[in-house]
Design a protein around this ligand. Sequence first.
Ligand code: MG
Length: 241
Amino acid sequence: MIRCVLFDLDGTLVHFDYDDFLKEYFKAITISVAPRIKAVRFTEALIRSVEAMIENEDPSLSNRQVFFEDFVKRVNTPEDILLPMFEDFYANEFTKLKDVLAIEPHPKARAMMEVLFKEGYDVVIATNALFPAMAILERMRWGGVYGFPYRLITCYETMHFCKPNLKYYEEILRITGYQPEDCLMVGNNMDEDIVAGALGIKTYLVDDYLLDSGMTHCTPDLRSDFSGFVEFVLSNGIQKL
Ligand SMILES: [Mg+2]
């Protein structure tokens, strides 16, 4: 029986095209932070350090630690100088991307979430843990799903692995205390979200903003657009899984 619902954020709960978002995000952070440090190729350094986080297999290092250990070397600037710049960017500039990308909450997202909490499900925001918590909370505001008593919101401060590493999902199971068969993962990305099925977690592919490299061997248990998922929730579909 499903007791915990895990949601991807970008392209699932918050409706936007991830490639458009990344393009504008890199543009904005490069304008904001790059001129204030000595990096020759700031954007490339950022991409490489994000890759370091994704590839990390050391459970003793948080994603944030992996990122900064790698990034400080690439840009030859200490963390105590970099950190306030990043915090300033996320507090003041990151929020503007909502308007740049014309992001609006899906009209049914918040009401759907209210139903899940009313029915007693634990809910995890299982967004790839590449961002600081403040950037994740901000995108939850964009999607109209901010302010619920989530069981866990995965962010780079607290997690030690990233999608598509299955250890990311194992860490969620460890933190929440659930078994795979207790959980349903809802996401738009075959490689990063539906891959959770390899652990025995039930999966629901929301395909409005489908991402699929064709590389994963997992098949979603269920599939529809987001409105179809909302209908599934409202018709007690989760209880029948
Ligand atoms: Mg996504």
